[in-house]
Design a protein around this ligand. Sequence first.
Ligand SMILES: *Cc1c(COP(=O)(O)O)cnc(C)c1O
Length: 441
Amino acid sequence: MDSRRRVPRTDALLADPRIALAEKRLGRSLAKAAITQAQAQARSGAIFPEEVADAAVALLPARACSLTPVINATGVVLHTNLGRAPLSEAARDAIWAVTGCTDLEFDLATGKRDRRGRSVMDALASAVPAAEAVHVVNNNAAALVLAATALAVGREIVISRGELVEIGDRFRVPDLLTSTGARLREVGTTNRTTADDYRAAIGPETAFVLKVHPSNFRVEGFTEQAGVEELTNLGVPVIDDIGSGLLQPHKLFPAEPDADSALRAGAALVTASGDKLLGGPQAGLLMGREAVVRQLVRHPLARALRVDKLTLAALEATLTGPASPTAQALATDTDALYRRADGISSSLRAAGIDARPVMSEGTVGGGGAPGVVLPSAGVSLPARLSTPLRCGERVRRGQCPAVVGRTDGGRLLLDLRAVLPEDDDVLCDAVIGAHRLDTHE
Ligand SMILES: *Cc1c(COP(=O)(O)O)cnc(C)c1O
């Protein structure tokens, strides 16, 4: 008998209450895709026709977006491939509140039009008192493009050869700047550039001097780079790309530049990312002198780089709300991390898993504090658990987040430096689930 004939039809499956409910949430095309896949399994003989409805239900995605929540157990606090900074509860809540219509460019008191994102700009300005004016664009790369376009097209940007940097994945600051039509005037050498080197290069063609923070590498030995302060009396504006987004000095990272200090030292404009050390959403922060910021804001390109309401909401909550997860992860002491690793390991051993707490080393990552080692601790597990933890059945069904760790001495290490304490239980549950999957296979 041909069992293929008995494969349930699509309309019958769409009427299954479980699938009908999911269709409301996911839409028809995702519901149908799961059905089609389950029917194909039955036709190929992998499952019985009676099992098609259950298989389709199991194949339904968790949500209408295939991006998967991840617990970052890599030990890299700002992991570029994992979406950099995780948002605080306050920022998530703020995003959720504005997903519908909101008073983005509207004054509820007067019923009239208002400046877009006024409250965010106010929050940023008060976090950086040395800034006369501020603006926010899509990311720091956009901030640099806007500055180069509005101030330097057809003219020269003077930059040190030691600061012609690649940020990551072929994103090179010099290429970005010249793509606008500005020219670069390189000065000094890879390891040494003095204020005199800049002075000799400045002329009528100069639009501004650009300082770029080498945020993902360190040059050691016979080195020298002129600081912002030394360059402010050369008669041209100094723009400082500080990268990381620290607004004020941070005691953990004395070598990391911050916006307020750079402006106090005389920079006309500072650019930074919102989703690095600041711990907020992807954004490019522009802070500086009133006249310079106004020139950028009024340039037509500013419209193409403007951020949406979700970003503005998350940024304001990051600036005004409680410490970001990034700040918390950086501030945690190693003893506390070890105690958590020990607790998780005991629970996992009780579930029959070969788990043990270990000391480890994490990093800041994501273009911040290069070379700084963050002593850390984590849970060492059998390496074979890494695949089910990353992409096992439970992850695919949205029953638990994916867990991404790192390989260490032939074992899987789940480093806790970037894992929030409130995620420990979820992490534990994910490991137990992955272990069950592993032992059943
Ligand atoms: C990260 C970084 C950038 C790019 O910032 P995005 O927000 O990723 O566009 C530019 N300059 C420096 C110095 C950086 O560290």
